[in-house]
Structures are given as structure tokens and as C-alpha cells.
Design a protein around this ligand. Structure first.
Ligand code: 5GP
Length: 175
């Protein structure tokens, strides 16, 4: 079988322009106060990397990793923490940085978990959202794009670990 083709859904320039807008809003809202950015691995790594380049020196970067997909294309609904954050988030402003909100299960679980550690505030930035797929409502303060309920890859997002390196968001077209 030949290699699948990837249809571009959001091109690299559009992504970068929107990320710069989100960063401007974040800079304005936090106004130089210390902020811990917590990237949800692995999907958010490029979004977080590009976002944080626009932010100031009071930013600390950390990561956590969950697993709920187990390499498949649909969620199991069970969220496990594979890697926790390293920094103490008590009393500080935290911004969770996610690649995509699908059912909302992962973020709702993470909000509950990180909330028990008493951060000064806990907000969410997500590059993408699929509102049609939502099962649990989660507040996303900084959202890049709403998309239809299709499985997307690229710019951090994978299909069985492939395509994360693409500079754009695309849809896999099986040939
Ligand atoms: P949720 O818990 O909101 O259902 O799922 C969130 C996680 O599912 C995301 O962080 C991402 O890892 C994965 N996911 C959801 N939709 C997609 C998609 O369209 N493409 C890829 N590659 N991953 C997705």
C-alpha cells in the first residue's frame, strides 16, 4: 500500500499568527507575574515551544504526561499520569498547555488533580478544540482554533507516533 497523503487543514503561517495572538493575550492577562506553563506531553510540545518564545522572563516551563489513548484513535476514558510535574505549583499561576480538547476527559481530570495542589490560578490554553466531541465541559481560556470532529495530525499531534514533526495541522487520507 502506498504512503497515506496528508491534507492540510491549518497551514504553518496561520498557526504561527494565531499563536502570536494568544501569547499577546497571555502577556496582557498575567502582566509580568510569575507563570508556570505546564505542557501536556507529547502532543503540546511544538505549541508550547512556539508560544513560550513570545512570553517574558517570568515564565517557568514544566511538563506532565498522561495516557488515555494507548496508541489508538479514540479515547479509553481512563486517564493515567505517566509523568507528573517537577515544580511545586502551590500559590502560583498555572497555565496548562494542551494540543487538543476532544471529549474533555483528560483536561477535566488534570484540572481536578492540579487543583488539589492549590495553585493561585489554573487556566487552560489549547491549540485546537473539537466542540462536537465534548463529553465533559472544560473552560479553555486561550483557544487557537475550533475544528470539526475529524482525527488530525501534525504540529505535535500523532497517529501511532508519526507526523508529530509536521509544521501544520492535517488530516490523514488513507489511500
Ligand atoms: P480528550 O481527553 O479531550 O478526549 O483527549 C485529549 C487527547 O486526545 C489529546 O491531548 C490528544 O492527545 C488526543 N486526541 C484527541 N483528538 C485527537 C486528534 O484528532 N488527533 C490526535 N493525534 N490526537 C487526538
Amino acid at each position: 500500500m502506498s504512503e497515506p497523503t496528508i491534507e492540510v487543514l491549518i497551514d504553518a503561517n496561520t498557526l504561527q499568527a494565531r499563536i502570536a495572538e494568544l501569547a499577546t493575550q497571555i502577556r496582557k492577562d498575567y502582566d509580568g507575574k510569575p507563570l508556570v506553563l505546564v505542557g501536556v506531553l507529547k502532543g503540546s510540545f511544538l505549541f508550547l515551544a512556539d508560544l513560550c518564545k513570545h512570553l517574558d522572563n517570568n515564565v517557568i516551563i514544566d511538563f506532565l504526561q498522561t495516557s488515555s489513548y494507548h496508541g489508538g484513535r479514540s479515547t479509553t476514558g481512563v486517564v493515567q499520569i505517566r509523568k507528573d510535574v517537577d515544580v511545586n505549583i502551590e500559590g502560583v499561576d498555572v497555565l496548562l498547555v494542551e494540543d487538543i480538547v476532544d471529549t474533555g476527559t483528560t483536561l477535566s481530570h488534570l484540572i481536578d488533580l492540579l487543583g488539589t495542589r492549590k495553585p493561585a490560578s489554573l487556566k487552560i490554553a489549547s491549540l485546537l478544540s473539537k466542540p462536537e466531541a465534548r463529553r465533559v465541559e472544560v473552560p479553555v481560556e486561550y483557544l487557537g482554533f475550533e475544528i470539526e470532529n475529524v482525527f488530525v495530525v501534525g504540529y505535535g499531534l500523532d497517529d501511532a507516533e508519526k507526523y508529530r514533526q509536521l509544521p501544520y495541522i492535517g488530516v490523514v487520507k488513507d489511500s
